[in-house]
Design a protein around this ligand. Structure first.
Ligand code: URA
Length: 263
């Protein structure tokens, strides 16, 4: 069992905001202003040594969550049913800290599915993938080859924002992966575009760097005997930080356009 402790610490407003930022609280929600009285109540959760779940229990919880995820997926015969199953699913703790579930968006009959890593602050607020700065760049990249959002389906490995945009843990990826795979099965696209190494590696069960695999046509194999061409490319957030790499992405987009015209 976990014990809940309440500690009162005196901080000035600047310190308080810095403390929030350091804790991963980098967005506000709610529209009522809050009066800071320079006191912050920290509800700290700590575990006593005799009551902490054993590592094996945690591993078992993760295995059970993956099993439940797969069961929900096998029972869903449409994206709507899958989304309803996700709403009931409680096997991913990120759901507790996220504002919204970001299931996916776009054309459910799309020939192209784009997969990112996880929702950011804007996506968490709005409930749709790639609606922030990365999304705006993604829209421009697609527009450059004559594609708009109505022609594609966009989703992420994770459906909930990791606090402070931290890197998802492998357990979080594992528990969300069955949902991503079921989405792909239900949409049955001709092409998958993996935005960044995490998306490519999750689907290919690999551990490659994006520089090594970007721009190459790889194969995602959902079932023995079936494969879907998968193109890894730089994540738009990476391109925003490293604009000099945009020329390589342009070649990837041209490769995508060529594949679409040959299909
Ligand atoms: N980055 C992602 O990987 N996905 C989003 O939806 C937004 C930013």
């Amino acid at each position: 069992m976990y014990e809940q402790h309440s500690i009162t610490i005196m901080m000035d407003t600047k310190e308080l905001l810095e403390w929030y930022l350091a804790s991963g609280v980098d967005a506000i929600c709610g529209d009522k202003p809050v009066q800071f009285d320079n006191k912050v109540q920290i509800a700290a959760v700590s575990a006593t040594t005799d009551s902490r779940p054993a590592i094996t229990d945690l591993a078992q919880m993760s295995v059970t969550a993956c099993k439940n995820a797969r069961e929900i997926c096998s029972q869903a015969s449409s994206l709507e049913e899958l989304a309803a199953g996700v709403e009931k699913f409680d096997g991913c703790a990120l759901k507790l800290t996220a504002n919204k579930t970001v299931f996916g968006d776009g054309n459910p009959n799309a020939k192209i599915i784009l997969v990112g890593e996880a929702p950011g602050a804007d996506e968490d607020r709005i409930g749709k993938p790639f609606v922030g700065r990365s999304g705006q760049l993604l829209d421009k990249m697609l527009a450059a080859i004559g594609i708009d959002r109505s022609q594609v389906y966009i989703t992420n490995i994770l459906m909930w924002r990791p606090p402070g945009n931290r890197t998802p843990t492998s357990a979080e990826v594992a528990v969300c992966l069955p949902f991503l795979k079921r989405k792909i099965e239900l949409i049955n696209p001709e092409i998958i575009v993996a935005l960044g190494a995490p998306a490519a590696n999750a689907l290919l069960d690999a551990e490659e760097t994006i520089s090594k695999i970007r721009g190459k046509w790889l194969e995602y194999s959902p079932l023995p005997g079936k494969s879907i061409p998968l193109l890894p490319t730089f994540h738009p957030a990476y391109l925003l930080r490293n604009p000099a790499q945009k020329s390589k992405s342009w070649f990837d987009m041209l490769r995508l356009a060529k594949k679409i015209s040959n299909n």
